[in-house]
Design a protein around this ligand. Sequence first.
Ligand SMILES: *Cc1c(COP(=O)(O)O)cnc(C)c1O
Ligand SMILES: [Zn+2]
Length: 410
Amino acid sequence: MDHHLECIGCRARYPSIETAYACKSCGDLLEVSYDYDDLRESVNASLWKSRPLSVWRYEELLPLDKGSVKVSLGEGGTTLHRAARVGKLLGLNDLYVKNEGENPTGSFKDRGMTLGVSKAVEIGAKKVACASTGNTSASLAAYAAKAGLESIVVIPHGKIALGKLAQAIAHGARVLQIEGNFDDALKAVLRLAQSNTSLYLLNSVNPYRIEGQKTLAYEIWDQLERKVPDTVIVPVGNAGNISAIWKGFQDLSQLGLISHLPRMIGVQAQGASPITEAFRRGQCRIRPVQNPETIATAIRIGSPASWKKALRAVKGSGGLMETVTDEEILDAQKFLARLEGIFVEPASGSSIAGLKKLVEAGAIGKDENVVCVTTGHGLKDPEIVQRMFEKPITVKADQRSLEIALGLNR
Ligand SMILES: *Cc1c(COP(=O)(O)O)cnc(C)c1O
Ligand SMILES: [Zn+2]
């Protein structure tokens, strides 16, 4: 599809085949951009309803050439749950949870990887690589397997949730654990990809990944019967996803399909919150956090690559950034699981925890239409539950012992 890459800083333009991950003249991030006059002609939104709800329902808005192979595992089409019981707990009448844990490898990363790995195949790459806090590596490994590409993942040693590491290994990725955190891993693999062009990098500095992830916004709009929510709340780590969702809503607006935009709210963990700090201080640059710390490993990032895009999303939408503590995250993870039957990993609990905090502070009104994005499945990180929640008790295998344990004895 006709598009080019554009620098978000100096607005330099590059042809669509360019595999650079940063602007050659100023070093800033690139984004995919389109001629919206052309798109308005070619997009027929009523046609979308005849296709299954999925990333590829919106293929006219995805930058892949017509004849190219789509490397797909059935991504997107996740449930938008009406969360009446959590709504009641928090005093909200119109709350929804978009559960991205339902994706093929259990996180929203699959939306980006289906497009990113398809792009890799289109340009003839044989090896794909990423740095990861876990879910990106699980997703990359699975899509690379499907496409028959070699995958290389660089992860922080000892800090990856067990389920995610198991996925990367199972799908046959070459897993390199580094001494250092995610920020160090990304820096290293970015340099590696810049000097070894046989490696196609699929972190969110690759603008094609963001394009896949923007379909989250299209689906929310479709699932609300083509209405725009008042507020969308997203956990923020490296900040690609909130930027992607905002881009998706902006596309709909550019195409004249919606007449207003939602407020974007990003939630970071207190020990890893450089974007929230910059937002609060009214600064236009972040100060990276040297040693980010939180139990929510998927957002344990001190130097988010897409901070500038995220600040633009939040400010441009009249939204805000919030932080939550590990305790608030675990509490939200638990009450979401127990009131709605939705089991998410800790990072995803942060959007729910942020919602609770903002309702209590009066920043979200009781009749607002709010969509919380839960980003990853709870089974990714079973150790957190074993460690932090109630422990099961052990009893003898007879009726009497069970009755005593359950308080059923009169
Ligand atoms: C990747 C990830 C995030 C953070 O998303 P960014 O795009 O890095 O901000 C949050 N939650 C989960 C479960 C993730 O896998
Ligand atoms: Zn530039």
